[in-house]
Ligand binder design. Structure first.
Ligand SMILES: Nc1nc2c(ncn2[C@@H]2O[C@H](COP(=O)(O)OP(=O)(O)O)[C@@H](O)[C@H]2O)c(=O)[nH]1
Ligand SMILES: [Mg+2]
Length: 293
């Protein structure tokens, strides 16, 4: 039997639907999704296993011009995704023109590996607009294979998956066949809490937040979790906790509902807030949170 396996790395500007796409292709909510840029901060693997193939998808942060140390690390994750890809999935939003970083676009143009360009969110466009977009992109990236899709509505994703399988190199699997991702249980707890903070707070709070799960204890009928939410300043701590602790309570109960689905078990989630001054610009803190080697 011929076995195929490879790395299929998803890249693109912020907010185009990279995480939605990976979750759909893998069939699990591995990456958090919001309408805000910089929702995804890490490179997250999602592995699809079948008897005769293994696809290792990578979701990556949206491409941006980094302004502080954390964002530099985020772009390092994008860079590594270019280096080990067997297939690039370059995803754009209907109507979008340029990548936020020209050097990344040049890498796509000169890529020696197959590039699949996905024009996403076509549920928001007319048929004529989609046809026009496909023409424009075929000129810009003559070597790319182009598909219009709607990740949200699961439209055309089966066709994309079949193309990926066709293009996969012959190789033994890279990961055990029962493995779904490279991230730990604690990582998904942290991300779930961060998603609720992104959804509940405007402005700078979500960008100043990092979560650390201090304990994760699985018992027969329940998982007991204690996580700390770190912010950069005292004022942010007050906002996160809210009047009579209501804001924090809401984050906790929304995250718990998602985590009970994800782990298929009852969850007890304890949250508290701590100030970790300017962690986003601190090399040592970024290492501690897994943003740097
Ligand atoms: N209308 C529409 N919205 C989408 C589609 N795919 C993703 N979105 C939305 O676009 C936003 C960003 O999605 P996300 O997957 O987090 O994008 P990422 O930043 O590229 O990872 C979210 O609000 C999604 O619900 C789509 O096919 N159609
Ligand atoms: Mg994302």
């Amino acid at each position: 039997m011929v076995h195929k396996a490879g790395f299929v790395n998803i890249i693109g500007n912020p907010n185009v639907g990279k995480s939605t796409l990976m979750n759909r292709l893998v069939g699990e909510k591995l990456s958090i999704i919001t309408s805000k840029a910089q929702t995804t901060r890490h490179r997250i693997l999602g592995i699809v296993n079948q008897e005769n193939y293994q696809i290792v998808f990578s979701d990556t942060p949206g491409i941006l011009q980094p302004a502080y140390e954390l964002q530099h690390s985020m772009m390092d994750f994008v860079r590594t995704a270019f280096e080990d890809a067997d297939i690039l999935l370059y995803i754009i939003e209907s109507g979008e023109s340029e990548l936020k970083d020209q050097s990344f676009f040049a890498k796509i143009q000169h890529s020696k590996i197959p590039v699949i360009l996905l024009i996403n969110k076509i549920d928001l466009s007319t048929q004529d607009e989609v046809v026009g977009q496909m023409k424009i992109w075929q000129d810009k990236l003559p070597n790319a294979i182009i598909y219009p899709i709607s990740a949200l509505n699961n439209f055309n994703l089966q066709v994309v998956l079949e193309k990926i399988i066709e293009l996969l190199p012959e190789s033994p699997p890279y990961y055990p066949k029962d493995q779904l991702t490279d991230k730990s249980e604690r990582f998904f707890v942290n991300e779930s809490i961060r998603e609720k903070i992104l959804l509940n707070f405007k402005k700078e709070i979500p960008y100043a937040v990092e979560i650390e799960t201090e304990s994760f204890e699985e018992e027969e009928n329940i998982i007991r979790i204690r996580s700390v939410i770190m912010v950069e300043r005292d004022t942010q701590k007050g906002i996160l906790i809210g009047h009579k602790g209501l804001a924090l309570k809401r984050i906790g109960s929304e995250a718990r509902i998602d985590l009970e689905k994800f782990f298929e078990k009852k969850i007890f989630l304890e949250l508290y807030v701590k100030v970790n001054k300017d962690w986003r610009s601190n090399e040592r803190q970024l290492k501690r949170f897994g943003y740097k080697e």
